[in-house]
Design a protein around this ligand. Structure first.
Ligand code: ADP
Ligand code: MG
Length: 329
């Protein structure tokens, strides 16, 4: 009887502390977020998820260019007027964004935000706009005109009408920060997924790595590869609904900030990297660079991999990624 009670107690304690996967889906930063944590109880999981939500909301308030009270809006309002002092966090993010612009030869550029919206993806654009109009649309774009002053922690946009926006890096950054915060709170494993921009840590409750399914957007029901991503970030970029067909060519919603022309040839890019911020920015850059330049670029970066689906449905990948063995039938 004594032993029986002991066993019951052990089993009971084990069940009480059994780690389970808890997930919450909600809208943040104008996008769908799926926050997954491993925790012993639902109450504990909810506490952790609330912490992640508060962190993502805090970042949104800092970097949103829609919210007129954000520091980012203040920078934009003062374009061509004066430098604006910002939090170190925002200053550092802008500094890293400029670094990525240099690395990608301007394919990635947070000052894309001042581009005139001449490309509309609602079916209304039926012919190629005039070259002069396209060229003029990017007149205010150029990361070289974002002036940083480290000592004063200020940001100055040199040209009047210039604007910055974090559409291609912000969700990744938020995923990274929410992950870091939950790790410091002692959460052993989880996934922050911001509409396909995700960062992960730890393992599933059964000891397996977290997996990410890569789909071919031209054949939506088909997950063609299932890849382990424990401890790493993966970002998939591509809006298959948003494109324009002109003279039989498909143009995507990501625009080359240097020329004003929409990118073409690629329908989806997934980038694997240590941080979601970097993966996010690089995924956007690869669209602009195109398949060959993009692959070549990623192959030169350590610890970063990518998978590209082109507009013919063909799949290409960087040299160190082993998708062959991971292909699903
Ligand atoms: P999504 O969020 O649609 O998956 P991305 O992460 O690639 O896609 O970001 C696309 C967004 O990034 C655009 O909606 C726009 O806000 C912004 N953007 C577009 N082109 C560029 C660019 N060349 N550099 C930086 N940001 C860009
Ligand atoms: Mg991106």
């Amino acid at each position: 009887m004594k032993y029986f009670l002991l066993i019951i107690t052990i089993v009971f304690t084990f069940t009480l502390n059994a780690q389970k996967t808890h997930k919450r889906t909600l809208k943040l930063m104008g996008s769908r977020f799926d926050i997954t944590v491993i925790a012993a109880t639902e109450k504990e999981a909810n506490t952790y998820i609330d912490i992640a939500v508060a962190e993502i909301t805090r970042i949104e308030n800092l970097i949103s260019s829609w919210d007129s009270n954000s520091q980012t809006s203040e920078i934009n309002r003062n374009a061509g007027i004066k430098p604006v002092k910002v939090d170190k966090e925002l200053y550092d993010l802008i500094e890293r964004a400029i670094h990525i612009s240099k690395l990608t030869d301007g394919a990635f550029d947070i000052s894309y935000a001042s581009m005139d919206r001449i490309w509309k993806f609602d079916g209304s654009v039926t012919e190629m706009p005039k070259e002069s109009v396209i060229k003029a649309s990017v007149a205010k774009v150029g990361y070289q005109n974002i002036v940083l002053n480290k000592e004063n922690q200020t940001v100055f946009l040199k040209l009047e009408g210039m604007k910055i926006g974090f559409g291609a890096i912000g969700k990744g950054y938020a995923a990274d920060k929410a992950k870091q915060l939950l790790q410091t709170k002692g959460v052993k494993a989880g996934i922050i997924n911001a509409s396909g921009d995700m960062n992960t840590w730890g393992k599933q409750t059964n000891g397996d790595d977290w997996n990410v399914g890569i789909t071919n957007p031209l054949n939506k029901n088909n997950v063609f590869a299932l890849l382990p991503i424990s401890g790493k970030a993966v970002v998939t970029s591509g809006n298959y609904e948003k494109f324009i067909m002109l003279n039989g060519k498909r143009y995507s919603h990501i625009i080359d900030p240097r020329t004003g022309y929409p990118s073409s040839g690629i329908v989806s890019v997934s980038v694997f990297a240590p941080s979601a911020e970097l993966a996010d920015a690089l995924a956007t850059s690869i669209f602009v660079m195109g398949k060959d330049v993009g692959l070549n670029f990623i192959n030169q970066l350590n610890g970063i991999e990518c998978i590209i689906v082109d507009d013919k449905g063909k799949i290409a990948h960087s040299k160190n990624i082993d998708i062959q063995n991971k292909l699903k039938n």
